[in-house]
Design a binder for this molecule. Structure first.
Ligand code: HEC
Ligand code: HEC
Length: 285
């Protein structure tokens, strides 16, 4: 009898504990789901910087990405008036337009263009030569390390999954399916005049409201965006700024029109520094 009562009490206790355990599990699970959903869908709105020197370098990297053409650590390597964030919108926090979210987790990656396995630092430095029409900064230099630190910080929490096909991260700009569409330059010109020229000017030279899209001060013809399909995919998710509503056909027409204009020619040797500057000791002497 006594035993039975004890059992009953124990059962009740366990029942109470079960609901408590279940409640705790439920709270943990919903918390985890919200956390995962937030991680997957939202850029870091209120970033928490790492402590100490690491946090400082993350911030320097963020500044360089935002003001690449004028920052004292990067400007000598830039050959046009663009900043990384001209294409990697919201300093790489945009979910689709050149997103840096999760990017570090894809490296080292295979790069068909370089025919090498490349690191995140290599990928960053290559954008200086092509998209920024400049000179490749030395590996291990402050500018290179700061940008890599910033991008890696934006990738915290992503599990490493190296890319064996392309040097692209998990949130790279989605490639469009053109389904046999052909670009039409005349339609592109009209669309450009109506949807783009207000900010980038009719002559493409840019204004206070938008950087140059062709000519000496824009990306060179070795840059990703100089390829029409790539530019179209990027425009689809990025432009017009804050109103990215182009149809696939419109994006293709405008991309063909924008890239039909003159821009700097890319010759690799002109963008590599002297051999001694190609690498640098990355540590305290
Ligand atoms: C003219 C536009 C443009 C500029 C300026 C530019 N980039 Fe890029 N960058 C691209 C494009 C386009 C890609 C390919 C991205 C994609 O397909 O999602 C790319 C890719 C990258 C990647 C690889 C992303 C991934 O998903 O793996 C990194 C890293 C990168 N750029 C860094 C930089 C840095 C750092 C700067 C400034 C020094 C810079 N880029 C300037 C256009 C640009
Ligand atoms: C409201 C102004 C505005 C409109 C309209 C606009 N852009 Fe942009 N565009 C910008 C700004 C600003 C940037 C740079 C992003 C940043 O710094 O945050 C940019 C960046 C770009 C870039 C990459 C950097 C460069 O200059 O090469 C291209 C290409 C581009 N826009 C093309 C277009 C096209 C094509 C259209 C029309 C479909 C368009 N934009 C409409 C403001 C605008």
């Amino acid at each position: 009898m006594q035993r039975h009562r004890n059992n009953k009490i124990a059962k009740q206790l366990w029942k109470g504990r079960k609901t408590r355990v279940a409640r705790v599990l439920f709270v943990l699970a919903t918390g985890a789901i919200t956390f995962v959903a937030t991680q997957a869908n939202e850029p870091k709105a209120k970033p928490k910087y790492p402590l100490g020197e690491l946090g400082k370098v993350v911030r320097i990297g963020e500044e360089i990405v935002t003001r690449t053409a004028e920052h004292h650590l990067s400007k000598q390597y830039v050959g046009n008036s663009l900043n990384c964030t001209s294409c990697h919108l919201d300093s790489g926090r945009h979910m689709q337009a050149g997103s840096f979210l999760g990017t570090a987790a894809a490296y080292p990656a295979w790069s068909p263009r370089e025919e090498r396995v490349i690191t995140l630092e290599d990928r960053i430095l290559n954008c200086f030569m092509r998209s920024q029409n400049g000179i490749r900064p030395p590996k291990g230099s402050r500018v290179s390390v700061a940008i890599a630190t910033y991008i890696t910080w934006l990738s915290e929490g992503s599990s490493i999954q190296m890319n064996s096909e392309k040097p692209l991260g998990p949130n790279h700009t989605p490639a469009l399916d053109f389904n046999g569409m052909k670009p039409d330059l005349e339609r592109g010109a009209n669309l450009y005049a109506n949807r783009c020229a207000d900010c980038h000017r009719k002559d493409g030279m840019g204004s206070d409201d938008g950087p140059p899209v062709w000519g000496d001060q824009s990306y060179n013809d070795g840059a990703g965006l100089s390829r029409i399909p790539k530019l179209a995919s990027w425009l689809k998710v990025a432009m017009p700024l804050d109103d990215a509503t182009l149809s696939t056909q419109e994006a293709l027409d405008i991309a063909a029109f924008v890239n039909s204009h003159k821009r700097p020619k890319f010759v690799l040797s002109e963008h590599l520094p002297d051999d001694v500057k190609l690498g640098e000791y990355n540590g305290k002497r």
